[in-house]
Structures are given as C-alpha cells and as structure tokens.
Design a protein around this ligand. Sequence first.
Ligand code: C2O
Ligand code: CU
Ligand code: CU
Length: 544
Amino acid sequence: MPVKQSYPRRPRALVGMNISRRDFLKMGMKGAAVLFLPFGASGCGGLTAGNNSTQGSAGTLLKSAAKLPEPFRVPLPIPPVLEPIRTDATTDYYRITQKISQAEILPDLKTEIWGYDGIFPGPTIVSRSGRRTVVRHRNELPVPTAVHLHGGVTPPEHDGYPSDVVMPSGGWHDGHRGHLELNVIGEGSFDYEYPLEQPAAALWYHDHRMDFTGPQVYKGLAGFHLIHDDVEQALGLPARERDVPLMICDRSFARDGSFRYPSLDPSLEGRPGVRAEYMSGVLGDCILVNGAPWPVLEVTNTRYRFRLLNASNARRYQLALDPPARYGAPFVQVGSDHGLLPEPISHNLIDLAQAERFDVIVDFSKYSVGDEITMVNKFGAASTAQVMRFIVAREGRDDSRIPSKLADFQPLSRSDATVEREFRFVRGGAQMNGMTLWTVNGEPFDPSRIDADPELGSVELWKIRALNVEHPFHIHLAPFQVLTSGGGGDPGPYNTGWKDTVNLDNGGDAEILIKFDSYRGRYVFHCHNLEHEDMMMMANFEVV
Ligand code: C2O
Ligand code: CU
Ligand code: CU
C-alpha cells in the first residue's frame, strides 16, 4: 500500500487571532522545543488525574456547596420533541431560541441555565433520514455561540466550526477583545441546514464556541437530534414512549443552586480557560439524567430502547444494572454513534466516554413487577456511583423484537486506506498563562493550520494515541471504524459499528479507518473532554 506520511503544516499566519490567543501562541512558538511533559511535571499544580483514576476520568472533582437531594425522588424528564414551524416537500423547518432561564434542578432552589428554548436538555429534534432539516437558532444569550450537530454529516458552513459564531441578538460590546478572530455567520440568528443524508442514529447538538465550549455546554446547551429511517423502522425495536433518550451528565452546584464551574472569567466574555487545578477536566458530584438528579423511570415489564449519551464535560461512566437481570445480559446494544450495528451485541457493562452514544435495549420482562433496578456507574464513587432507577410498575404488552440482523454494514479493512496519519493527544507543546496546554502532536489549536488533507472519497488510517491521561477522540463529519486498539489488539466490545468518538485510555492507542465520502471543506477533530478541547486539544482537517 502506498503510504503517504503527512506532517502538519506550520501556521501560515496568525490571522484572525484574538489578543489572548495571539499572545499565548507567540509564547508557544518561541519556546519552540516541543516538550511532552509527563503529567504533573508542568508546574501547573494540577496533579489531579490520579485523584480520580479509579473513576476512569481525567479531571478534578468540584464538590457541590448546595445540599444534594436524595437519589430516586424525581421522575425522569423526557425532553419535548420539537414541532417544525413549517414543512415542505423536502425540508422541515425549526426554530430554537438560545436563552437564559431558571430551572428547578435541586429541590427548592433555582439554577440559572443557558438552554435551547430555555430548557436543559434542549428540545429533541426528530428527523427522517434524507429529509433536510433547517434549524433557525436565535442567540439571546450574552455571548457568541456556535451550534454543532455532533454525528451529523453536514456541509462545513453549517457544522458549527468553533469560530463560526452567531452573535448575541442583544449586541456584543467586544471591540477590543477579539471580535476579529470570529467569523460571524449570523447577527442574532442563523439557519443551520442539515441534509441528513445518513442512516438512523442518535445525534446530539451542543454549543461549540471557540475556547468556551466547556462552560457553555455545562450551562445547559445540549440536546438530542434523532434520525429515523426505513431500515430501522422495519426492525420492530421498541418505539414511541419505549424509545427513551437518556442524556447523562455530571454537574456541581453552589449553595444558591447555581451551577459551579471554575471559569477564569465566569461571564464567558473575556478570558477563556479554567483554574489551573481543573485543567484536566471538571467533574461534578451530582449525576443528572435529562437534567434531573438521579431520576426514576417507571416502566412496564417489556423491552425499552435507551439512547445513552454521555454529555459530561470530563466524566466517563461504566454503566451496569443492579440487580442484574435474572438471565442474559442486561444490555443489548443495537446501535453505536453513527447508526445501527450489523447485529446486536450483549453487554453486562457499558463504558461510556464523553459524547459517545450507545443505543441499547433493556428487557424488563426479565424482572418482576415491583422490582427496582438501579443504573449504577462503576467508575463512580459515593454520589457519582449511581445514575438513575427503573421501577417495574406494571405489566405491559410487548410486540417489539430484536432481530438478529440489524443493518447492512460494510467493514473497512486496512487495505482500503490510502493514507496513514498519526496524532498524539498530549499535554505539552504550548503554554498559556503559565499553564501547559493540551495539544495534538504538540500543536495548540489554530484555525489557520490544516493538520490533515484527506481526499474526498478516500479512506484513511489514523493512528491516534493518548498520553498523560485518557482522551476521547472525536472527529466531525466523517464516521470511522475502529480497526485496533491497545497496541494492535482487537477493537474491544464497545467499538463496533460506525463511530464518531472513541475513548483512548491513558497511554492507549487506536487505529481507525475514516471514510471521507461526503463533503469537502474544513472541519475539526478534537478531544471531547471539553476542558481539554477548550484548552487547545483540537486540530483541523480539510477534505480536498
Ligand atoms: Cu461533540 Cu466537536 O463535538
Ligand atoms: Cu462532532
Ligand atoms: Cu483529552
């Protein structure tokens, strides 16, 4: 196989940088020697990964000052399905307003959230594969936003590139603070257009503003976008009220009920980043599912389909059911990030890295009416060891099925790849305010540097490796298959099917085969630990 090794190009010019970015890039470039510091040698004081290594998550626990509620007291909220404002022969049109509102997440306390339509999670958008979806996002927040449809096969100008921002409808007084670096795509609002020429899958949309994705998602800017198609519909999987999206994330609360997050500038208007001790990631102590702390779902003794999404900034989960089913595996996975699997896979545990989706069936007929089943997090401790509870409240009728064959699947092989590239996700190579940043191949994110230029229609083999701590790798636009993980080993139980996110353990690696067969243009790939992403662990590729 002719293998073209590719090396990242140096930045052409630091055009369009704001002051803080320009300054630290200069610092980074001046100290040109790229050092790969072992974690903790950075002098940033953030020797925190070890604190939580038993939790399988890079990051530092930020404890709530508010009293957290007893678990399993509130019902699981189901985000409302958004109604189109209009449909025509090819397209469904939606409107979402990004705004501040008050939510009651903890009993008797108000939490200010930034929400799509003022709710957290945002409304669920349900689309049909191949029908265009247009969402007019109006930004009534005090800061610029960018909406990314995670898992979407989307043309570049609608993908939520971090610097393609929608400015606040109320104006932005930024002037001296880097308006220049932003590519304003909308003053107050923008129509994001999604062709959705892709199979049934559970996608999610979330904020992706450059340097501020972590805090803006943490404040609530995340929602589901489900795609259905004929193949999926013909399977007879549990549907309607038994097809349940579960957005799992952790948060921490101040005494007054507001979200706690260690931003250097809590207004999110000026300086990006978090306090040094949270550089590795922000871990909350309260587990929310669909925005409610440790909620309860009453079920019938039938099969349910759950769209598991880890929308946490830094926390990974290992999910299990307690007690386990009387027989058989508790989870039957039918889909991965980008759609249905070729055939179902049974799991006793599910490892769920940030941004990953697992489409699973749980069969409550393996329990008795009256049983209470807790979804636990084996990577957690104390309050984070529990996620939610199911109560088998009554008998139900079930005509759902789990067919042994699900969807067509073309496995890629090593010989399909025409280009090989290597990316190391590492701490080192650049500094900001005396902190050593997270980088890709030692380079901090720079919108003007293209790190890979795959050809349209090609398959590439990327060797990706995580150093210092674990890093969930995510690439926009182009789905991939995991070929090997852990030094050439098999991909493991959680990496079957078409993926857009794969977890890399600390020191771990993976070889992935990425198919670039949709659009040309510039996109990002990055670590989906949102603190790492904001602190520069992101890079560009351009499909040519
Ligand atoms: Cu969900 Cu670029 O990310
Ligand atoms: Cu994405
Ligand atoms: Cu990372």
